[in-house]
Write a protein that binds this ligand. Structure first.
Ligand code: SAM
Length: 269
């Protein structure tokens, strides 16, 4: 996890979030909707659109108990809780992001349905068979020990439970453009190929219901300079340093096949 704090600058996050919300013309004294915050708190490739698509293929129900691993500011947790009505636990290693997530849960009136836990994906503080769905977006790229990660996911899922995710995987060519959103330098880059990922998931008891490469679809629906928000608009730049360069490097890496974007829904027996 070396250097994570330098990838994700989160100092004074509460103040930065509130300033960003006000600069975008929103009033944090009034109830905000998860959609209004969507450009700020979906910290992964494809943003809010990708979260909605993952929700569509996962088909979560109101009585499902969901765990969002590496939840960041919990934008996806709020999407799930508000649109489906389910309860969501978030596990996030950054104390600052936990503070930001709790703040945004309160501003959207969703604090009763979403619990934020500070902790590690590699040592989940939950009993076996606790969740119907484990949800994870753009987190495994930061985690070298994928076997422990997948064993933990498998352990906390109820029999028949599902793991829904999107991730970057390694492409056919070595990654060469840094900094990337998930790695300042090559030593922080923990991508495996899609084949390795599926095989490791299988060894941990997780079987594919859906596993697809969405790289080309993502590239065709976005443009090279689409990510950074203009001044006065909400965007990830409120809490991510050097966003434009990282986003440009990620796009170039995708275009040149150095990385691939995948989405999956896997089930435990
Ligand atoms: C790119 S952000 C994605 C945040 C969120 N999933 C989203 O899509 O908006 C990656 C997140 O994973 C968290 N993270 C990385 N490694 C983790 C670990 N071992 N345990 C818990 N959280 C972790 C980081 O702190 C960061 O918030």
């Amino acid at each position: 996890m070396s250097g994570l704090q330098t990838h994700y600058s989160a100092r004074g996050i509460e103040a930065r979030i509130l300033a960003g919300i006000r600069a975008a013309g929103l009033n944090p004294e009034q109830r905000l909707s998860p959609e209004e915050l969507g450009a700020l708190d979906h910290f992964h490739t494809g943003g809010l659109r990708a979260s909605r698509e993952l929700l569509e293929v996962t088909q979560i129900r109101a009585d499902d108990r969901v765990l969002d691993i590496g939840a960041g500011l919990a934008g996806s947790a709020r999407l799930l809780a508000s649109s489906v009505g389910c309860r969501v636990d978030c596990i996030e290693m950054s104390p600052d992001y936990c503070v930001g997530a709790v703040l945004l849960n309160r501003l959207t009136g969703l604090e009763d349905r979403i619990k934020v836990h500070e902790g590690s994906a590699l040592e989940l503080p939950f009993a076996d068979d606790s969740f119907d769905v484990v949800w994870m977006q753009n987190v495994g790229m930061n985690i070298a020990d994928k076997r422990t990660l997948y064993e933990e996911i498998s352990r906390v899922l109820k029999p028949g439970g599902r793991y829904a995710f999107q991730e970057m995987t390694a492409g056919n060519v070595a990654t060469s453009y840094f900094p990337l959103p998930w790695a300042s330098e090559p030593a922080d880059n923990f991508l495996v190929s899609a084949e390795e990922m599926q095989s490791l998931l299988g060894e941990c008891g997780l079987i594919a219901e859906l596993f697809e490469d969405t790289s080309d679809a993502h590239l065709s629906r976005t443009t090279a300079n689409a990510t950074p928000a203009a001044a006065g608009q909400l965007g990830l730049a409120v809490f991510v340093d050097n966003l434009a360069q990282k986003a440009a490097n990620a796009r170039r890496s995708l275009e040149e096949g150095q990385v691939r974007l995948v989405r999956g829904v896997f089930r435990v027996d």
